[in-house]
Design a binder for this molecule. Structure first.
Ligand code: ZN
Length: 397
């Protein structure tokens, strides 16, 4: 770091406090946003008024009726790159097994508990805290800093799909819990629902029908073989792809031969695998089943919504170095480049050619679990790291 950069980092760092960032997170956890039952409006309203109070230009972008992305812009002095800090405002539903209040944001020791405390309201609180510190320190960025909260990441990523094409970002950082490591690759998912058709009949005369459950057997066997076959592929940061039938749905009554059976396939893709090519592979598996068993009627009926495909960023990109240096400076531990096993909104930035990394406080293993929590010390380090990324990526005076 240059002396000017060091001074700016000190000025911004002096504005940050663990208690302040934790209190923002408590507010966010108390603003319920379970997807789909709550929607994101409580969080969106909080984020919008927070950013307006700091003097950012704020707009709302309605994605689904009553569910809007928030876009805040801290206008830079000019001559720098525009960086987007993006994360999602929705959480998965509360679920069962909690011993702490899921929407209390209670702090016990160093842990702050609540649904979304790690995934991804921790990173969101750290973004807000970082922007507050930059503004409070009167540090002027050269490029614009965008803070975007999107809806619906946990199901179909409708928010990011709508947002990213409308943004003028040169660079993006997606806030997800990575334990402060810098993720530059992640897996993606594709979920076709296969329909196996038979012919319904009274179950006292099964020979008059075609049992769709039995007709599914060769299809299941073919996908078990397929899952074995694709395990040969691998990505240095994301490991191997996978395929598993996760839902099988058939039958209307105990005395009726089922005329239809639906199989949902959860296909996890690694960077380098292209959605259209994976669909073609699945079609080829089905064609092979039909060739060997001409009596089996099977097709892809539809695709379930997912967060999206796999994506990656070249490890040599300057944004990766900025993120590594910022995380290391904030935590005092050398940060590493990693891959994520799950999908995230990075894919939508990469699909538009925007260089993007994923970085955030919180342990990804906490995501979607009862008693989800985050270490408030790491949360504060996250806020400082984000501020340093903004200084490094946007430039400053
Ligand atoms: Zn998340």
């Amino acid at each position: 770091m240059s002396r000017v950069a060091e001074l700016a980092a000190e000025r911004v760092g002096a504005q940050l406090s663990e208690a302040r960032t934790a209190s923002i997170l408590t507010d966010l956890v108390r603003s319920r946003s379970q997807n789909p039952q709550d929607g994101e409006s409580a969080v969106a309203t909080y984020v919008a008024s927070f950013l307006e109070r700091l003097g950012l230009e704020v707009s709302m972008q309605e994605v689904i009726a009553g569910r809007a992305n928030v876009v805040g812009r801290l206008r830079g002095a000019g001559g720098g790159k525009t960086l987007a800090f993006n994360t999602h405002m929705d959480t998965v539903p509360q679920g069962t097994g909690w011993t702490h209040e899921p929407f209390g944001g209670e702090v016990v020791g160093r842990r702050l508990y609540g649904r979304g405390s790690a995934d991804a309201k921790g990173p969101l609180a750290a973004f807000l805290s970082a922007v507050e510190a930059i503004v409070g320190s009167q540090t002027h960025l050269r490029g614009d800093l965008l803070v975007t909260g999107v809806v619906d990441e946990e199901t179909g990523s409708a928010g990011a799909r709508t947002l990213v094409p409308t943004l003028d970002a040169d660079l993006a950082l997606v806030g997800e819990p990575t334990s402060m490591q810098v993720a530059i690759a992640h897996r993606g998912s594709l979920r076709p629902v296969l329909a196996v058709n038979g012919r319904t009949a009274h179950s006292s005369r099964p020979e008059q029908g075609v049992n769709a459950i039995y007709q599914s057997i060769p299809v299941l066997e073919a996908f078990m073989e397929y899952a074995e076959r694709i395990r040969d592929r691998s990505h240095p940061l994301c490991g191997s792809p996978s395929a598993a039938v996760t839902i099988m749905f058939a039958g209307v009554a105990e005395n009726v031969i089922p005329g239809r059976c639906e199989l949902t396939l959860d296909r996890r893709m690694i960077p380098g695998e292209v959605e259209a090519e994976v669909v073609a592979e699945i079609d080829a598996v089905l064609a092979d089943v039909r060739r060997r068993r001409p009596d089996v009627e099977v097709e892809i009926d539809r695709f379930l919504a997912t967060t999206g495909s796999a994506s990656e960023l070249d490890a040599d990109h300057p944004l990766v170095a900025i993120a590594l240096e910022s995380s290391t400076a904030a935590t005092g531990r050398q940060a590493a480049v990693v891959g994520l096993s799950g999908a995230c909104d990075m894919t939508h930035f990469r699909a538009r050619g925007v260089p993007c990394v994923v970085l955030g406080p919180g342990d990804g293993a906490q995501a979607h679990q009862p008693d989800e929590h985050i270490d408030v010390h790491e949360l504060a380090q996250g806020a400082f790291a984000y501020a340093l990324v903004a200084l490094g990526a946007c430039g400053h005076e």
